[in-house]
Every structure is written in structure tokens, then in C-alpha cells.
Design a protein around this ligand. Structure first.
Ligand SMILES: Cc1cc2nc3c(=O)[nH]c(=O)nc-3n(C[C@H](O)[C@H](O)[C@H](O)COP(=O)(O)O)c2cc1C
Length: 275
């Protein structure tokens, strides 16, 4: 049977780093100074023990050190590159009429599963509408759900009713910006381990933006979907099978149809308080 925490005694130098780095004291050193899993119920499976081990002696939940990316000499964006990205990233609202490469999306979503989640809950679902066809099908369901809601004599706010009619008539698409794809990140509300569902979802979306941009795919936050869901609570259940209580957020994506020539200057917009 696969153990949660395994130590290769031939490699372990008994430095105790894995025990010291364990956030909730799940590990301890035994009488011979070998690390052991003492309180598995306290383990949040963060894998810090596997990551910190200087000799690669720890296998965690079946994951061996040689299967993990070594941090030594790893190419990472420096501070300047990261700042440049943040200053020049843009919400794209004009997309090319072409699908995004499926393999690229798969690579992005696999990497995205590494985004941090509160208490390492790892309870996110990535629902990816990856083609223009799937977006059109979704939008038909979206309009139908809104119209059915209205026909049930529920009053719709003007900001929603008017653009929905426009979308149905094939006019401009305020909600989804004619994007050829959309990612909906949702958090499992039935999992009691999840302490920060809304934060987990937003953090994954922010990292999706970064990864997608790095892969040459433009993005736009789709706050409208969440706003519409508040008015039409059955919307996502009907269209994507995502239950009405489920926290979620959405990102539009696709190849850019416009190129921004420069970044913008917003460095002074946030109040910075050193205490
Ligand atoms: C949480 C959130 C929700 C947003 N929702 C939408 C949206 O529904 N539609 C849209 O066109 N832009 C949306 N935006 C994009 C913002 O309008 C945009 O980030 C802001 O105007 C700054 O422009 P920039 O992203 O190009 O820097 C959203 C942004 C955030 C952070």
C-alpha cells in the first residue's frame, strides 16, 4: 500500500529539515532521529517535506523526488520580468476568430493545479470551454436560462436584460466579448476542508491569466458571469452542471485581435502604508 510519507534510509542524513518545515507538526523525529509521520490527520499534504529534503530522501503520497522539478539553476522570471509583465498585461476584449490549441490549454491547466489554495485544500474544478463551438452552445443555454427566469415573472435588471436581448439577436456580446474560450474555476462547496473557496478561485484565475499570457493567449476576467448568476441562480447548473451554491469565477481567453503598444502607469494608484 502507498504510504503518505516514506523515507529512504540510505539517503536520509537525519537533518530534521522536513520536521522543522512541517506547518502543523504532523512529522516528528523518532529515537534514532529518523523522521516519521506521527499525526497524519494534521498533514495537509503540502509536500514541503519532499521539497525541502536536501538529499531527496522523501517520497510523499507516491511522488518521488526525481519526479519533481529541481529548483537548482531553474530558469525563472526575474523581478524585472515579473514587473514588466504586470505593467503590460491587459484585459483583452477583442479576440481572433480561431480556437486556442488544445495541447497548450492542457499544459496550462495541468500547471494551474499548482496554484496555492487555503490549507492546501486542492478542491478546484477547471471547466474549460475550449472551442468557439462550445462557447456558442454555452451562450445559447445562457440566453435560454435568462429568458426562462424572466418568463417565470422574475424581474431582470436592465443591465442584464438589454445586453441579453442584444446577444440573442446576434449583436454585440457584452458578457463574453466573443471570446473563443472560457475557463470557469469552481470550488467544491461540499468539501469541509475548504476554508477559503472564493480566494482559491480568484487566485487560480490570476495564475491562469499569467500562464496563458506567457503561452501567447490573451485573457479577460469575466465578472459578468458571476453577476448574472446572482440574478439567475440556476444558470450555471443548467449550462455547465455547476451547482448554484458553488463559488466560481470565470476567465475568457483566446488569441488577441489587438496589440497594445505600451504598458500603462498605475504605480501610484494604490495606497502603500508601511507600519
Ligand atoms: C474581478 C474582475 C472582474 C472583471 N470582469 C470583467 C468583465 O466581466 N468584463 C470585462 O470586459 N472586463 C472585466 N474585468 C476587467 C477590468 O475591467 C480590467 O481589469 C480593468 O479595467 C483594468 O484593465 P486591464 O485589465 O487591461 O489592466 C474584470 C476584472 C476583474 C479583476
Amino acid at each position: 500500500m502507498k504510504e503518505l510519507f516514506e523515507v529512504d534510509c540510505a539517503k536520509c542524513v537525519k537533518c530534521g529539515l522536513c520536521v522543522a518545515d512541517c506547518a502543523f507538526g504532523a512529522l516528528r523525529l523518532d529515537d534514532l532521529r529518523s523522521p516519521v509521520m506521527a499525526k497524519p490527520e494534521a498533514c495537509m499534504k503540502c509536500q514541503h517535506c519532499l521539497a525541502v529534503c536536501p538529499t531527496g530522501a522523501v517520497t510523499f503520497d507516491g511522488t518521488k523526488p526525481e519526479e519533481c522539478v529541481p529548483t537548482e539553476d531553474l530558469a525563472l522570471p526575474g523581478f524585472e520580468e515579473a514587473v514588466n509583465w504586470l505593467r503590460t498585461r491587459r484585459s483583452m476584449r477583442r479576440f481572433a476568430k480561431e480556437d486556442v490549441d488544445r495541447g497548450t490549454l492542457e499544459s496550462i491547466l495541468a500547471a494551474l493545479a499548482n496554484a496555492p489554495t487555503g490549507c492546501n485544500a486542492r478542491s478546484l474544478t477547471f471547466t474549460c470551454l475550449s472551442t468557439r463551438e462550445s462557447m456558442e452552445t454555452f451562450k445559447r443555454g445562457f440566453i435560454k436560462a435568462i429568458e426562462d427566469h424572466r418568463d417565470g415573472s422574475k424581474l431582470l435588471p436592465r443591465w442584464l436584460a438589454v445586453p441579453a436581448i442584444r446577444l440573442r439577436k446576434g449583436g454585440s456580446d457584452m458578457f463574453f466579448r466573443d471570446a473563443p474560450g472560457m475557463l470557469v474555476v469552481s470550488s467544491d462547496e461540499t468539501n469541509r476542508v475548504v476554508t477559503t473557496p472564493r480566494e482559491d478561485v480568484a487566485i487560480a484565475c490570476a495564475h491562469f491569466e499569467m500562464l496563458a499570457n506567457a503561452a501567447g493567449i490573451a485573457t479577460c476576467w469575466c465578472g459578468f458571469l458571476e453577476l448574472v448568476q446572482r440574478e439567475v441562480p440556476e444558470l450555471l447548473e443548467r449550462t455547465l452542471g455547476i451547482r448554484r451554491e458553488t463559488p466560481f469565477y470565470a476567465m475568457l481567453f483566446g488569441k488577441a485581435a489587438v496589440r497594445y503598444r505600451r504598458g500603462v502607469r498605475r504605480d501610484a494608484y494604490a495606497k502603500i502604508v508601511f507600519v
